[in-house]
Structures are given as structure tokens and as C-alpha cells.
Design a protein around this ligand. Structure first.
Ligand code: HEC
Ligand code: HEC
Ligand code: HEC
Ligand code: HEC
Length: 221
């Protein structure tokens, strides 16, 4: 009986994994595929998750068994006279994206290549979004660069008390908005608005932004 239960459980787990696999595979974050990522892919590659994760020797300073080279430069942070909260250098929830999207590191520069090689570059670049070294080019629509002054602020310590009429207060419950959007329950980062595995709502948004639904999770206007 126990064995049957265990086998059923194992099948369920494999099925659940297959469902989430289909997610990222059919997106522009599948760099093995000219079909899904025509502007940025790598010849001679077969593994999808490995561009971001590894099963061994992951970079746990950033989390999620991180496999992409992470060598953050100093970013120019957002500033304006109407900002009330504290904005600092981006935290992990943004660094995981900027390691590719700031254009300073090759998309295929990994800590742990498939097989025994260790660190190095996986495959050879193809597509107009990448330069010959595999970095995102500044002409790519996905290029964010190191100048974050023209992007929605990240590295923000969310504190609605600094502007109570402009922002939704935190609840103290990580399951509820706006808390569930905050990195480590504290910061506004790329991961507040984007889910790199799922393109259901386009642009890897975490949810639909119809009627500015996403914006009003935090902003009251
Ligand atoms: C383009 C990069 C990228 C690719 C490709 C990718 N992931 Fe992720 N994954 C991330 C990021 C970013 C996180 C969040 C890490 C963090 O914030 O610490 C994450 C987190 C995770 C987590 C932790 C739980 C969660 O959802 O936050 C799991 C499990 C995971 N990924 C599995 C996979 C699997 C399996 C694949 C391949 C089918 C895959 N990922 C492909 C970027 C990627
Ligand atoms: C391993 C490198 C890598 C990582 C890590 C990564 N991306 Fe990307 N991302 C890319 C590349 C390459 C493209 C495709 C560019 C193209 O098509 O020209 C892309 C495309 C995108 C797009 C555009 C999608 C579209 O439909 O045009 C968005 C949005 C995006 N990424 C957000 C993120 C966010 C947010 C994170 C972190 C949570 C992240 N990415 C992590 C490399 C990466
Ligand atoms: C407050 C929410 C929010 C944050 C934070 C955020 N984004 Fe976005 N991002 C969006 C929305 C909404 C779009 C879609 C814009 C559109 O449809 O024109 C988008 C689009 C993009 C695109 C597609 C190209 C473009 O400009 O339209 C990329 C790439 C991207 N984001 C990367 C990032 C990265 C990397 C970070 C962190 C440094 C980040 N985003 C932080 C909401 C956000
Ligand atoms: C996770 C919470 C969150 C989400 C979601 C969010 N924002 Fe923000 N946004 C902030 C915070 C925090 C600031 C910095 C506010 C401050 O310091 O006064 C900010 C700043 C801004 C600013 C700059 C304001 C200024 O004074 O210069 C604009 C514009 C903005 N957000 C627009 C948007 C839009 C549009 C969306 C939806 C696509 C969005 N935000 C989604 C939290 C969020």
C-alpha cells in the first residue's frame, strides 16, 4: 500500500514539474530555442534551466541555486524630487535579472556548465539581440543597462508611512498585497512585477496589468 502511495506521489511530483517546465520553455527565456527566442539564443545548447540554475555548486549568495555569473557593477539609481522612500543599490530580486539585462555579462556565462567543465560560456550566440560575446546589445528592447534612472525604481525600501495618501500600507502578512510583491518582504525589485518563468500576461508580468491592476497593488492613484 505504502509503495503504491509513494509511486502515485512520485508521478504527481513529476507531472507538477512538467507543468512548470512547459512555462519557461515556451518563452523568450528559453535560450536554446530559435523558435521561442529568435533574437537571443545559443547554438549547441539543449538545457533550459541551466542558464539560471544549477543542481550543484549554486551561488547561494543570490539564492535559488543560482548559476548565472553575478558580478554586479554600481548602478545609477532612480531619483526625483517627489521620492519619499529610501532607494539603494538593487537587492537579489533585481540582481537576478540585471546580471543579464544590464548588458555587462554574457547571457551564457555560467558558474557550472552542463558536464564536468565548471565555469564558462555555454554555446555560441545567435540572434540580433546579442553581440558576438553573448551580451545583450544596447539596441535590444530587453536591454536595461546600468543606468536605472529612467526605469521604475528598484532597491526601494517600501514604507507607505512616508506617503500615506499615495501608497497602500503593508499588512504584515506575506500572503497579502502589497507585502507579497516585496522582495524579502521589504523591497520593490524587478521580481515585484515580473516572474521570469511565466509569460502568460506578456513581458513576464506576475499578473495582468489591465486597468493598472498591478500598479494599484501599491499606488493609490
Ligand atoms: C532566465 C532565468 C531563469 C530560467 C531560464 C529559469 N529560472 Fe527558475 N528562477 C529564476 C529566478 C530569477 C528565480 C528567483 C530567484 C530569487 O529571487 O532568489 C527563480 C526561482 C526558481 C525556483 C525557486 C522557487 C520560485 O519559483 O521562486 C525554482 C524551483 C525554479 N526557479 C525552477 C526553474 C526550472 C525547473 C527551470 C527550467 C525549466 C527554471 N527555473 C528556469 C530564473 C530563471
Ligand atoms: C540568463 C540571462 C537572463 C536572466 C537571468 C533574465 N533575463 Fe530576461 N531576457 C533575457 C534575454 C536574452 C531576453 C530576450 C531578448 C530578446 O528577445 O531580444 C530576455 C527577455 C526578457 C523580457 C522581454 C520579454 C518579451 O516578451 O519581449 C523581459 C520582460 C525580461 N526578460 C525580464 C526579466 C526579469 C524581470 C528577470 C529577473 C526576474 C530576467 N528577465 C532574468 C535574459 C535574461
Ligand atoms: C513596478 C513594476 C515593475 C518593476 C519594478 C520592473 N518592471 Fe519591467 N516592466 C513592467 C511593465 C508593466 C512592463 C510592460 C511595459 C509595456 O507593456 O510597455 C515591463 C517591461 C519590461 C521589459 C520589456 C521591455 C520594455 O521596456 O517594455 C523588460 C526587459 C523589463 N521590464 C525588465 C525589468 C527589469 C530588469 C527590472 C528590474 C531592474 C524591471 N523590469 C522592473 C513593470 C515593472
Ligand atoms: C510593489 C509596489 C509597487 C508596484 C506594483 C508599482 N509601484 Fe510604482 N513605485 C513604488 C514605490 C515604493 C515607489 C517609490 C515611491 C517614493 O519613494 O515616493 C514607486 C515610484 C513610482 C513612480 C515614480 C514617482 C516619483 O515620485 O518619481 C512612478 C511613475 C511609478 N511608481 C509608477 C508605477 C506604475 C505605472 C506601476 C504599474 C505598472 C507601478 N508604479 C507599480 C511601488 C510600486
Amino acid at each position: 500500500m505504502k509503495r503504491v502511495l509513494f509511486a502515485t506521489l512520485a508521478i504527481l511530483i513529476i507531472m507538477a514539474a512538467a507543468v512548470s517546465l512547459a512555462g519557461v520553455i515556451e518563452t523568450k527565456h528559453n535560450f536554446t530555442s530559435v523558435t521561442y527566442s529568435p533574437n537571443a539564443f545559443f547554438y549547441g545548447t539543449r538545457q533550459v534551466c541551466v542558464f539560471c540554475h544549477t543542481t550543484h555548486n549554486g551561488d547561494q549568495s543570490i539564492g535559488a541555486l543560482w548559476n548565472h555569473e553575478n558580478n554586479p557593477p554600481l548602478y545609477q539609481t532612480y531619483n526625483s524630487s517627489t521620492i519619499d522612500m529610501t532607494i539603494s543599490q538593487p537587492h537579489d530580486g533585481s540582481l537576478v535579472c540585471l546580471t543579464c539585462h544590464d548588458g555587462t555579462i554574457a547571457v551564457n556565462s555560467l558558474n557550472n556548465l552542463p558536464g564536468p567543465e565548471g565555469a564558462g560560456n555555454y554555446g555560441t550566440p545567435g540572434g540580433s539581440g546579442l553581440d558576438a560575446g553573448g551580451k545583450l546589445t544596447s539596441s535590444s528592447h530587453a536591454y536595461v543597462g546600468t543606468d536605472l534612472t529612467d526605469d521604475h525604481p528598484v532597491g526601494v525600501t517600501y514604507d507607505a508611512s512616508k506617503d500615506p495618501t499615495g501608497f497602500v500600507s503593508k499588512t504584515g502578512n506575506g500572503q497579502l498585497y502589497p507585502d507579497k510583491l516585496l522582495d524579502d518582504g521589504l523591497y520593490v525589485e524587478c521580481s515585484s512585477c515580473h516572474n521570469p518563468h511565466d509569460d502568460t500576461y506578456t513581458n513576464f508580468l506576475i499578473e495582468s496589468n489591465e486597468n493598472s491592476n498591478l500598479c494599484t497593488r501599491c499606488h493609490t492613484k
